[in-house]
Design a protein around this ligand. Structure first.
Ligand SMILES: Cc1cc2nc3c(=O)[nH]c(=O)nc-3n(C[C@H](O)[C@H](O)[C@H](O)COP(=O)(O)OP(=O)(O)OC[C@H]3O[C@@H](n4cnc5c(N)ncnc54)[C@H](O)[C@@H]3O)c2cc1C
Length: 302
């Protein structure tokens, strides 16, 4: 979608929003799949209510992009613009056991920065790409921990109320890769309360998690992490593996040989290829195990 109406272009400039024409979502997502659209980079949180009123009043649909590490985006010219937060400097401030983190901050850097200040708890998140905002939306987690456990406050744009609000941790429910945020809420900043731990001890935990990832995941390949959520008490990857589906492919979309719940773009896979592979695998798992696998990857179809 192109933002060409001069009235919108001028109003965006007034709001301090940077307009980037015809960005390729394949370049902005870890799967390397996706068509093109205009990207709006937000520099000031305070401008968001006016920005969304502007887009709504001109009938411009939008999607919200974090680091693009959990997304499968459709091919071709996309029928919505993409909004993304620009990174403030600094994006992370520590005060005692509280880390004040901007949603645009890189998750991995947040984990290591906190570690250097003797704040632990998030070791499992090392190696999870993307932003802190995306991690909040997805309640990212690994190796028995999830980010939601440390959330004390979230600043967000509430689409329903059309204003910026602050929610306390206990007002938000964080479940396995699911949160109670409304689909169009936009997370802007978070206060994390983290346990004190000596840096050396945190570093040791980080090394162990890194090693586990390196030995089990196709880290050098384009992926979006796990494609499916694990059903209660079961492992999606194990079921796919037991069906002998590792290496199965549609075009360049392929079930990883290393981790059966990681689907990789081994070349020039299209969204159509990846969706066909996802559907095939779901059907095979359903036929053999009578389990409906739910997507963990967020699918943006046009
Ligand atoms: C190699 C690899 C390993 C991974 N390992 C793990 C893992 O161990 N555990 C795990 O949980 N995940 C894992 N993931 C998936 C992914 O990294 C996480 O889900 C990550 O938290 C997504 O963040 P993002 O900023 O990239 O979000 P995006 O992919 O950009 O977006 C994901 C969703 O969040 C929404 N969103 C993003 N930012 C915001 C915001 N500020 N406000 C509101 N909505 C927002 C988007 O609209 C979209 O719906 C892995 C991915 C890869 C590629």
């Amino acid at each position: 979608m192109r933002v060409e109406d001069p009235r919108i272009v001028a109003a965006l400039a007034d709001l301090g929003v940077e307009l980037r024409h015809a960005e390729s979502l394949a370049d902005l997502t870890s799967l390397g799949i996706g068509g093109t659209t205009d990207l709006l980079r937000i520099t000031k949180h305070e401008s968001i209510p006016d920005l969304l009123n502007l887009l709504d009043s001109h009938g411009v649909p939008h999607r919200f992009l974090g680091g693009g590490s959990n997304l499968l985006v459709d091919d071709g010219e996309l029928p919505w613009v993409v909004l993304q937060l620009g990174q403030p400097d600094p994006d992370l401030v520590i005060e005692g056991n509280i880390a004040h983190v901007d949603a645009a901050a890189d998750l991995g850097r947040t984990v290591t920065y906190c570690a250097k200040h003797d704040l632990g708890g998030m070791e499992g998140l090392i190696g999870v790409p993307g932003t802190v905002g995306g991690a909040l939306r997805m309640n990212a987690g690994a190796y028995g921990m999830q980010i939601g456990s440390y959330v004390r406050e979230v600043k967000l744009y509430r689409a329903a109320a059309r204003r910026l609000e602050i929610l306390r941790g206990e007002q938000i429910s964080f479940e396995y890769r699911h949160t109670s945020f409304a689909p169009d809420d936009m997370m802007l900043a978070v206060k994390l309360e983290l346990p004190s731990k000596p840096y050396k001890e945190i570093l040791q935990g980080i090394r162990i998690c890194n090693e586990k990832r390196r030995s089990s995941q196709p880290l050098g390949q384009k992926s979006a992490g796990c494609i499916f959520k694990n059903p209660p008490g079961a492992s999606a990857g194990r079921m796919i593996d037991e069906l002998g589906l590792k290496g199965q492919s549609v075009g360049d979309a392929r079930v990883s040989d290393r981790h059966a719940n990681f689907f990789v773009n081994a070349g020039k896979a299209s969204a159509k290829d990846m969706l066909a592979l996802i559907t095939n695998v779901r059907e095979r798992v359903h036929a053999s195990f009578h389990v409906e696998l739910e997507h963990e990857v967020v699918i943006w179809d046009a």
